[in-house]
Design a protein around this ligand. Structure first.
Ligand code: PXG
Length: 290
């Protein structure tokens, strides 16, 4: 039976409960991280913790534990559950309060660490590429909700995901309110044209993905490529030679079709394959924890 870390204690999964008065549940008031361990090493843990504490600061949530304490608690939870390869869900809720929005009437923020199996896209999609759609619904603009905050309120993304499910695919590209390509519901997006790798800049309003940054800083350079950050409209994306998505769960996955348009030859492209191989080699051998 698995154990979940809640507010300083490891408890059985079935006993891991949150109050109905927690503002995380009442208002989606809180933040989270999806992190992954490979062979006992926690990929980019420092970057995830930095984003987590950045999210907390932006919503003026005071975490109950320091980053070092959370780091130790994550390792303790993995150890207790005997897991070396895992998906780690770290959650800060606003905490228990009253039935009213006032966030500062919740005296103590809740802290949850779940370690579980990783939910992956089917392996054959990594071989032949994944079909995605473009969601009709735009992404919430930066001015309304800063996407640097990985908040507990994912309804914008969930509604776009429902559009994808209705279209019988697993992911949807989200455009920002001005029609520029932003990201997908749970992954960042890249394209390749004439050997040049391009991804939208953070101004396009996407989550500042840890995997996206790892590809820009480490994976692409190691494979002999530079990444250009540039605002993209949909017609340019549709004319790409290759498109791929990045995320903690997805790693690097090629896209072979967007709506009715085949991308490149409708297969996973050579550069995407090279980057995905480089990524896997690095995380499997000795995943960097910075
Ligand atoms: N955009 C959004 C909206 C995300 O939620 C990413 C991009 C990729 O970011 P990272 O930092 O992972 O490279 C995400 C990440 C899940 C799950 O359980 C979701 C994510 C990551 C891990 C698990 O659905 N989203």
């Amino acid at each position: 039976m698995g154990q979940v870390w809640i507010d300083g204690k490891l408890v059985d999964k079935e006993q891991a409960k949150v109050s109905v008065y927690d503002h995380g549940l009442l208002y989606g008031d809180g933040c989270f991280e999806g992190i992954r361990a490979y062979n006992g090493r926690i990929l980019k843990l420092r970057s995830h913790l930095k984003r987590m504490y950045g999210s907390a600061e932006r919503i003026r949530l005071k975490p109950a534990y320091t980053a070092d304490q959370v780091d130790k608690a994550i390792r303790q939870t993995l150890e207790t559950n005997g897991m070396k390869d895992a998906y780690i869900r770290l959650i800060f809720t606003r905490g228990v309060g009253t039935l009213g929005l006032h966030p500062f009437r919740c005296p103590v923020s809740g802290t949850i660490i779940i370690t579980d199996k990783i939910q992956l896209y089917p392996p054959e999609l990594y071989e032949k590429g994944m079909k995605v759609i473009v969601a009709k619904r735009p992404r919430i603009p930066i001015a309304c909700l800063d996407p640097a905050i990985k908040s507990l309120n994912y309804l914008n993304n969930i509604l776009a995901k429902i559009e994808a499910i209705d279209a019988d695919v697993l992911e949807a590209i989200m455009l920002n309110i001005e029609g520029y390509v932003s990201e997908c519901t749970g992954d960042n997006i890249f394209m390749i044209k004439s050997g040049q790798i391009i991804t939208p800049p953070t101004e396009a309003g996407m989550l500042h993905g840890v995997t996206r940054q790892f590809v820009i800083d480490t994976i692409a350079p190691a494979a002999g490529h530079k990444v250009q950050q540039k605002m993209l409209k949909l017609p340019e994306l549709l004319k790409a030679d290759e498109v791929f998505l990045t995320g903690t769960a997805a790693e690097i996955i090629g896209v072979n079709q967007i709506d009715d348009t085949k991308i490149g030859c409708g297969k996973v492209g050579d550069i995407t394959r090279k980057l995905a191989d480089e990524f896997r080699r690095r995380v499997k051998e000795n995943a960097p924890e910075d």
